[in-house]
Design a protein around this ligand. Structure first.
Ligand SMILES: *[C@@H]1O[C@H](CO)[C@@H](O)[C@H](O)[C@H]1NC(C)=O
Ligand SMILES: *[C@@H]1O[C@H](CO)[C@@H](O)[C@H](O)[C@H]1NC(C)=O
Ligand SMILES: *[C@@H]1O[C@H](CO)[C@@H](O)[C@H](O)[C@H]1NC(C)=O
Ligand SMILES: *[C@@H]1O[C@H](CO)[C@@H](O)[C@H](O)[C@H]1NC(C)=O
Ligand SMILES: *[C@@H]1O[C@H](CO)[C@@H](O)[C@H](O)[C@H]1NC(C)=O
Ligand SMILES: *[C@@H]1O[C@H](CO)[C@@H](O)[C@H](O)[C@H]1NC(C)=O
Length: 545
């Protein structure tokens, strides 16, 4: 839960190295949390009933094995000895009973606190009580801790870093460290912080991704429309969080997952196709799959898509790549990533208002038509229908037919004889403008339109070419970015965790200048105009904490 406050950007803390902790969570967590469905109206029955329903309806068997409490489980005051106290009315049997009960049913229990002095919902926060609260949560047998970021002493990046750093030390020093879900980055995302300056957001993402196993990076997904919270479109809310997630792909790695928030699948404003797209996108991202819904009341259709084995295998794939955009236009978004066995994922989202078909070329998928010529066909599985297809190489790519408005097509393309090249848009993660090639060789930043002029291949030696001009590569020509044949021999580029794309020769950073100019200028610290998103699979160099 996040309060919409205007955060003042102050100094950042420089140069503290993060201890690399052993990864207790190699794969994205799956389970249940009360927040988006019940907010603060919680009690023991919600969690007991959710667990029972999940055991019966196949969710537990499908891998949803976490039951996480969110805000409002405690009394409004600590005990005289300083400890947190569970609300005895909401939890008549107590939290140790609840965790034992959940564990006996095969679930792993998680709990919530707030890094500030008061939680978002007005309950005691953990500030200056970190040690005692950690001991309490451990003694109650919780194994997962979400730490929200309301009501901190101030809104500076340095303060958040210091307080979350304290938690990191405590948790990583424990015998069996709890999973840490930290919400700090959300408080620095543009809309919530009320700023156009994204530098602090990127900085917080850097340390949050080293401190926790997952981090909430932006707004809460729309909560259930009860009397207090009103209505709204969950599709719009979901697409907003999706749009934030795609800016941050470079941070995800085994053991750390960007968290675009809950699967609020039973929000009544979703159509079935929209709910399925929400799920398919979160699976494509290898994002946490934490359902926040009234589980006992889920429909069979909802259970069916939430337990789709092929999509869950994509989510839980051991490479845990976050799919990135191949292209993005008015109607279509196309995403890809690689899977551990060498398969490619292709996810196509129809943002438009009518049903449509789309063909995605082999090159866009990251394959080579030339290499594929030695084969007759490419095998693919449609993950929504389960249909296996053999697509003739001569067809030029994969065609998805009749994708409904707000629906998604997902294909798992079997490993082929073609090598895989990271391919997709290169975009400024502040303006979301796409690096755009031009037949003249002139390169600019322009609104993303889904064209081949905006789909780039990042080759093994760091040369980068667009699909529009496959024989040319971008170069830093005295500060101006051009696309030229000579660049493929001489100009390598390096992508850093800071989001900078740096020319190996000039050491200058790709920069979006005024009016969409694409230039190479001296690298600053995570500047709006120099932080870009690249296709997943490109090596990301450096850890900045
Ligand atoms: C953006 O924020 C960073 C970190 O707080 C600061 O150093 C920088 O000067 C800001 N940039 C602008 C253009 O205000
Ligand atoms: C528990 O909370 C749910 C949702 O707020 C409510 O419907 C139910 O009546 C409550 N049960 C008890 C025993 O208080
Ligand atoms: C929390 O901190 C704020 C200022 O940092 C203070 O005004 C407030 O009284 C504190 N609240 C509690 C419950 O400690
Ligand atoms: C970041 O992008 C927003 C939206 O396009 C724009 O208003 C703002 O000026 C940009 N900030 C910088 C420093 O480029
Ligand atoms: C391509 O560049 C030429 C000249 O540099 C310019 O006139 C034209 O508008 C550009 N086209 C696009 C699609 O940007
Ligand atoms: C480019 O620079 C990076 C980082 O310094 C280095 O790892 C890489 O090998 C260089 N690539 C080439 C082709 O020189």
């Amino acid at each position: 839960m996040i309060s919409l406050v205007v955060l003042a950007a102050v100094a950042r803390l420089v140069g503290t190295a993060a201890a690399t902790q052993s990864d207790p969570l190699p794969l994205p967590p799956m389970g249940f949390n009360n927040w988006a469905r019940f907010m603060t109206n919680i009690n023991e029955s919600i969690f007991v009933d959710a667990a029972e329903a999940m055991s019966k309806n196949g969710l537990l068997a499908a891998g949803y094995n976490r039951i996480n409490l969110d805000d409002a489980w405690s009394t409004k005051e600590r005990a005289a000895n300083g400890e947190m106290v569970w609300d005895p009315v909401k939890f008549p049997n107590g939290l140790p009973w609840l965790t034992a009960h959940l564990k006996s049913k095969g679930f792993i229990p998680g709990i919530y606190t707030d890094a500030g002095n008061v939680s978002c919902g007005g309950y005691p926060g953990a500030l200056h009580h970190e040690e005692i609260d950690h001991e309490t949560f451990t003694s109650w047998s919780f194994e997962y801790l979400k730490i929200d970021g309301c009501n901190m002493p101030d809104h500076s990046e340095a303060t958040y870093h210091e307080v979350y750093g304290r938690w990191h030390e405590i948790l990583s020093g424990a015998d069996h460290p709890m999973i840490l879900s930290d919400s700090a980055p959300a408080y620095f995302s543009g809309e919530i912080a009320g700023t156009n300056n994204m530098t602090d957001w990127y900085t917080v993402m850097g340390w949050a991704s080293a401190y926790g196993q997952l981090a909430r990076h932006s707004a809460d997904i729309l909560v259930y429309p009860d009397g207090i919270y009103g209505g709204g479109s969950s599709w719009v809310s979901m697409l907003y969080n999706y749009g934030q997630e795609v800016r941050l792909a470079r941070y995800q790695r085994p053991g750390y997952f960007n968290d675009p928030d809950f699967l609020n699948v039973d929000h009544p404003s979703y159509t079935l196709d929209e709910g399925k797209s929400h799920f398919a996108l979160w699976c494509s991202f290898s994002a946490p799959l934490i359902i926040s819904a009234n589980i006992p009341a889920l429909s069979q259709e909802e259970i069916d898509y939430l337990t789709n084995k092929d999509l869950l295998a994509v989510n839980q794939d051991r490479l845990v790549q976050q799919a990135t955009l191949v292209s993005s236009g008015q109607t279509w978004d196309v995403l890809t990533k690689s899977l551990e066995n060498g398969d490619r994922l292709l996810t196509i989202l129809n943002k438009g208002s009518s049903t449509g078909d789309l063909t995605v070329s082999w090159e866009s998928i990251g394959l080579s038509s030339k290499a594929l010529r030695r084969a007759n066909y490419v095998s693919a599985k449609n993950l929504w229908t389960g249909e296996q297809v053999k697509v003739s190489v001569k067809d030029g790519g994969i065609t998805a037919k009749a994708i409904p408005s707000h629906g998604t097509a997902v294909f798992r393309i079997a490993k082929s004889i073609s090598p895989v090249t990271p391919t997709g848009i290169i975009f400024n993660t502040n303006t979301t403008n796409c690096l755009t090639d031009n037949k003249s060789g002139h390169v600019t930043f322009a609104q993303c339109d889904g064209s081949d002029a905006q789909t780039w291949r990042v080759r093994p030696h760091g040369n980068i070419n667009s699909l529009l001009r496959p024989d040319e590569c971008i170069v830093d020509a005295q500060g101006a970015i051009l696309s030229r044949h000579s660049g493929c021999r001489t100009d390598a580029w390096t992508y850093e965790l800071s989001g900078n794309l740096i020319n190996n020769n000039s050491k200058l950073c790709l920069t979006e200048g005024a009016n969409g100019a694409a230039t190479a200028t001296s690298c600053g610290y995570e500047l709006n105009e120099q932080v870009v998103g690249l296709p997943v699979g490109v090596t990301v160099v450096g850890i900045t904490v």
